[in-house]
Design a binder for this molecule. Structure first.
Ligand code: EPU
Length: 422
């Protein structure tokens, strides 16, 4: 087991380059299953989740070549298995999205039901309801889902009860190879949905309206591989924006799309940080004294749930009382207790947290309870008095490429060491 050691109190300065987006690359690699010829992806982040999804695909007979750094070649010409192994699927929820592409290519797929996770129950009812509307027969039992399409996959109009990111991606993939037209209403509008739609269209699909609440898909009989570059990771970029603001630093964030950061940019400015946008760069200067702000997580273009924990770490040291409301996941406050151990003054009631600031955080041993909670611990460590030790780093490795190197490059005192005690 390893841990991070952070000595807090250093304002961050310099430039940092953002990697490709985890939540874009995962569904896109899975969508490569739909094609009979290979796809090549560029700006693929070096992350544990990317490695895990590659393993899932390999078990299905897909050839995955990662010999060139940040490039991935996925060749699904020969799918030999329609049932990804339980151990791999249970380790990463996004792998559930292979169900649709496998069904579209092979006419049948079997997958273990994804369970809940640290941040919530995370059901799959929206995925399954939409699949059934497209003519898919779903059988559930003994922890597995078996999907078949005895009469083919047929286009349909489907209204989503909630704009689920994963369900929007999953049904977009399936409908691309369906017979006829599909209309998806009240869908997710996240930039990652647009990225997937762009890749599908490069493969020969006919997807229109991605990034709006209604997506229309004209099914085609076959898709081919394509070359595609993944968009920058807006959550990684946002984490560095907060790091700059919180430490009273001055950081230029490169390879970022400022329009994707709008909800965060608005809140950082409201809190008193200076945020300047360029075409593909954002410059953040911390004023030294941040003010309390309220945030409420919502589907895009609302404030992202994936930035909630990091924002809370910042609000703990901001002047005044803030309120954080989490509306997307029912249990995404696992970082609260860890922050309290560092000296934060936070009380929670249901899906809301009240923060009394500013608190002087003091370093201690804390754990990453999920990926973004882990990022929040690092941010808190950067401003805490003394040394913060962070354990359970596997969560961070899922979604932040080279975070220690990137923060060190900005002047942080952070190192990763073997930990015999955890
Ligand atoms: N939901 C349902 N039924 C469904 C699907 C979702 O009730 O059939 C609920 C979930 O339980 C949750 C809410 O809808 O409460 C949102 O879930 P959604 O399906 O939108 O999320 P997801 O596709 O499972 C992706 C990201 C998450 C991110 C969410 C929300 C990937 C691989 N994961 O998850 O990323 O938080 O969208 O933006 O794209 C992270 O990166 O840390 C992370 C958790």
């Amino acid at each position: 087991m390893e841990k991070l050691l952070i000595k807090g109190g250093k304002p961050l300065h310099g430039k940092v380059k953002v990697s490709g987006a985890k939540n874009a690359v995962l569904p896109i690699i899975i969508a490569a299953l739909l094609a009979k010829t290979p796809s090549t992806f560029d700006d693929v982040p070096l992350l544990e989740d990317v490695r895990a999804i590659s393993e899932v695909l390999k078990c299905l007979g897909v050839k995955v070549d990662d010999s060139v750094s940040h490039t991935l070649v996925v060749d699904s010409s020969n799918i030999t298995d329609c049932e990804p192994p339980y151990e791999l699927v249970s380790a990463m929820r996004a792998s559930f999205l292979v169900l649709g592409p496998l069904l579209a290519r092979k006419g049948k797929a079997r997958i273990s039901m994804p369970g809940g996770c640290a941040i919530g129950a995370r059901p799959i009812d929206i995925h399954l309801k939409a699949f059934e509307a497209l003519g898919v027969k779903i059988e559930q039992g003994h922890g597995y889902i078996v999907a078949t399409a005895p009469n083919g996959i047929k286009g349909a109009t489907v209204y989503f009860d909630f704009p689920s990111v994963g369900a929007t991606e999953h049904v977009m993939m399936l409908a691309s190879l369906a017979e006829g037209k599909t209309v998806l209403e009240n869908v997710a509008q996240e930039p990652e949905i647009v990225d997937l739609a762009n890749y599908l269209n490069k493969m020969g699909a006919k997807v229109r309206g991605a990034g709006t609440p209604v997506i229309k898909i004209e099914g085609v009989s076959e898709l081919h591989g394509a070359e595609y570059t993944i968009i920058p990771d807006r959550i990684e970029a946002g984490t560095y924006m907060i790091a700059a603001a919180m430490t009273g630093g001055d950081v230029l964030i490169e390879n970022v799309l400022p329009e994707h950061q709008k909800p965060l940019t608005a809140k950082l400015r409201e809190a008193g940080a200076v945020v300047e946008e360029d075409v593909d760069r954002i410059h953040v200067v911390g004023s030294g004294k941040l003010k309390a702000v309220d945030i409420k997580t919502l589907p895009y273009p609302g404030f992202p749930t994936d930035m909630q924990a990091q924002m809370m770490a910042m609000l703990v040291v901001a002047e005044g009382n803030s309120k954080v409301t989490e509306t997307v996941f029912e249990n995404r406050f696992m970082h609260v207790n860890e922050l309290i151990r560092m000296g934060a003054k936070i009380t929670t009631e249901g899906r809301s947290a009240s923060i009394e600031g500013p608190a002087q955080l003091t370093g201690c041993f804390v754990r990453c309870t999920d990926l973004r909670a882990g990022a929040a611990m690092i941010l808190a460590g950067l401003v805490a008095e003394g040394q913060t030790e962070i354990g359970d780093l596997h969560h961070i490795d899922r979604g932040y490429e080279n975070i220690v190197e990137k923060l060190t490059g900005l002047g942080a005192d952070i190192e990763r060491i073997e930990n015999e005690n955890v």
